[in-house]
Design a protein around this ligand. Structure first.
Ligand code: GDP
Length: 684
């Protein structure tokens, strides 16, 4: 006969994964027995491996849903905990350890958890079976348990003892069946004894009559009867005692067979032996699964119709899986990067770097030229009216030797600019701008809620940029090197830079004016004038020992006053410099040392032009090419299925969409398998 049990167990396991469909259950065999009844020994002799947690204080706290798969292709027993993604385990001590850990994870005061442990064992020696080892079974009967715990344990167990499951009630032969807690519980769930198989263990410990009467039990009749086993021959009598693993079980089976053979007459007319038990379990399970299949087909059909309807109404039958969602997200990101690449190209790169260098030029000018202590400027001691003549130029014209001084000064300022580390500065600038933009991109999408993905994207960007950072920085620095020695200026360049410097200086002046006006407005024009006069007098009288009243100005006001004086000075200087740049002197590049603003602007422009060529080729274009690929690698293939699932299901709507689709697919799969099995059954 064709064994369809495995297919039905598969269907059962598929249905187990359909969320919330507790009524879609195909039967399984539920094993119950009080402590020391020999329950573990029976289960292990069916499997042929020692794998269950042992010890009197090691009470099972979670149901173990055990799927046995007969797999002729596998060399030995292989265990899997699918929910833990642990596969191909061949060390059964390790399996035992995992079970112990999973049990101990349930706090002692909770005693029991309804959340089952799923364990699959594949072997050429096991039958296709689906078994459930129930938790803390003995505790149901333990007198000293608080009633709430007892009822909780009972609740978990009762669910499994319900129809259509088959109950395997284990009782030890050396205990009166009247006291068998397994039989008592089985009777409560199955009063007519229609789906209970009685197992009597330890037949070697009782005399033949007792054993026989138990196996032919008339007092507690069960439709499927009783099976007697001897699953542990005491070691001292076993000639195979030193064997372990499967060998020990083979030895054990031989010993059991020998025992029943030796006592053949005594057990005549009874069902005994582990081998027979296995056969019986296969038969009973197959029969009851087959019986449940037709009603299940209807149930699954109904459930599928309902789910398909919801899927259509809510999601318009749009296909979505976690992987697909992730792929869509990566595509969206790639598109945004493409958009970004169109917005951030060479012109943007140029203006970014240029404005940074403009700032550096202004700082340099302030430091080296626009300084009151410099002879470049001549100050009138009045508050607001600096002389607007061009002292430097008149001075320069009159003192010949000074020419060298101003040339040197300009050379120095130029060197300052060309040697600021343009390579590093510009590469960092671009890198930072890209990373900031990536942040903006992420924060504009749903990805902002997922730290793990956010981190992965940033890491991808950083790693791509890092790979290029040093070489880009070095290349840029190398290419601007000639400017460190000589800078040739063309008339056209001079003209453009003159314009640019003027606009920069005007902008600078506007800002200083605005800042000055703000102070004036908050402090009051007259008062500000008073404070400024006071500060200037104070400064002039330093060292003259003149006592002055501070006129009651608060430290805050004095600070504002100093700021106003600074801004005022700045405005005067800027005004003067603008006039100077507008003068005919600064029209000609030959007078560059009298017009440092323009010359430094030319330098800044040359540095920028050269740097962006390399930044664009070495860094930016490469980033736009490599980043999407790196993203794909990190988010597409490097993430585990769990990580992808966590990401996708973080969005409640996506979660519902994916789960509804998963549910629909599982139901479709189950239904098609049910149809297949039923079609085969019909033909048999
Ligand atoms: P559990 O607590 O119900 O899981 O019972 P175990 O399978 O751990 O068995 C309890 C004890 O009974 C162990 O010491 C076993 O060696 C012993 N035992 C189990 N089956 C038999 C059997 O058939 N014959 C004998 N003599 N001892 C057995």
């Amino acid at each position: 006969m064709l064994n369809l049990t495995r297919q039905m167990i598969e269907i059962r396991n598929i249905l187990l994964n359909v969320n919330g469909a507790t009524d879609l259950r195909l039967p399984s065999i539920v094993v119950i027995g009080s402590q020391s009844s020999g329950k573990s020994s029976v289960l292990e002799s069916i499997v042929g491996q020692e794998f269950l947690p042992k010890g009197s204080n090691m009470v099972t706290r979670r149901p173990i849903e055990l799927t046995l798969v007969n797999d002729p292709s596998s060399a030995s027993e292989v265990a899997e905990f699918p929910a833990l993604k642990m596969f191909n385990m061949t060390d059964f001590q390790q399996v035992q350890k995992v079970l112990v850990d999973l049990n101990l994870a349930v706090p002692q005061d909770e005693a029991v958890s309804a959340d089952p442990i799923q364990l699959t064992i594949k072997s050429p020696r096991v039958p296709d079976l689906s078994l459930v080892d129930l938790p803390g079974y003995i505790q149901v009967e333990a007198a000293d348990q608080p009633t709430t715990l007892k009822s909780k344990i009972r609740e978990v167990c009762d669910k499994y003892l319900e129809e259509p499951n088959i109950i395997l009630a284990i009782s030890a032969a050396d205990v009166d069946l009247a006291n068998s807690s397994a039989l008592r519980s089985a009777r409560r769930a199955d009063p007519r004894g229609e789906r209970t198989i009685g197992i009597i263990t330890k037949l070697d410990l009782v005399d033949a009559d007792t054993a026989r009467s138990m196996l032919l039990n008339k007092k507690y009749p069960l439709r499927m009867g009783y099976v007697g086993v001897v699953t542990k021959i005491p070691k001292s009598t076993s000639i195979f005692q030193r064997k372990s693993g499967i060998q020990a079980f083979i030895a054990q089976q031989n010993a059991e067979r020998k025992f029943f053979k030796d006592n053949k007459e005594l057990f005549a007319g009874t069902n005994v032996g582990t081998k027979l038990l296995k056969k019986k379990l296969i038969r009973v399970l197959e029969r009851s699964m087959s019986g449940a299949l037709k009603p299940m087909q209807h149930q699954v059909q109904n459930e599928l119709e309902e789910t398909s309807y919801k899927f259509k109404v809510e999601f318009n039958d749009r296909d979505l899986t976690c992987e697909k969602y992730m792929a869509q997200t990566i595509d969206t990101l790639k598109m945004e990067i493409k958009e970004f690449s169109e917005k951030f190209g060479r012109p943007e790169l140029k203006s970014l770097l240029r404005s940074e260098l403009d700032q550096k030029v202004l700082d340099l000018l302030a430091l080296r030229y626009w300084n009151k202590s410099e002879p470049f400027l001549k100050k009138n001691p009045g508050i607001s009216d600096y002389e607007l003549e061009e002292p430097s130029i008149s001075e320069l014209n009159s003192v010949k030797s000074d020419e060298t001084f101003w040339h040197r000064k300009l050379d120095l300022a130029t060197a300052n600019l060309t040697k600021i580390g343009v390579g590093r500065l510009s590469t960092t600038l671009v890198t930072d701008a890209i990373l900031t933009e990536i942040d903006v991109l992420i924060n504009a999408t749903e990805l902002r809620n997922n730290d793990m993905i956010k981190h992965a994207i940033k890491e991808a960007a950083v790693s791509v940029l890092n790979q290029r950072y040093n070489s880009t920085s070095d290349q840029v620095e190398n290419c601007i090197k000639p400017f460190k020695y000589e800078i040739e200026v063309e008339d056209r360049e001079w003209g453009l830079s003159r314009k640019h410097s003027l606009s920069l200086l005007n902008e600078e002046m506007k800002e200083a004016k605005e800042a000055y006006d703000v102070i004036k407005k908050t402090v009051g024009g007259n008062k500000l004038k008073q404070i400024m006069t006071y500060i200037i007098n104070e400064n002039n009288s330093v060292g003259q020992n003149i006592e002055r009243e501070n006129l009651g100005f608060s430290p805050g006001l004095l600070l504002r006053g100093r700021e106003a004086i600074f801004l005022n000075d700045r405005l005067t200087i800027l005004n003067m410099r603008i006039k100077s740049l507008q003068s005919s002197t600064c029209k000609h590049k030959e007078n560059k040392f009298k017009c440092p603003e323009i010359f430094l602007d030319v330098v800044a422009e040359k540095l920028t032009q050269t740097a962006i060529l390399f930044l664009n080729v070495e860094l930016l274009s490469d980033f736009y090419y490599s980043f999407p690929r790196e993203l794909e690698k990190r988010l597409g293939s490097n993430l585990t299925t769990d990580e992808i699932e966590n990401f996708a299901k973080q969005d409640p709507k996506v979660k519902r969409h994916i789960e509804l689709q998963e549910r629909k697919e599982l139901l479709e799969l189950a239904l098609s398998k049910i149809d297949d099995v039923m079609a085969i059954q019909k033909r048999l």
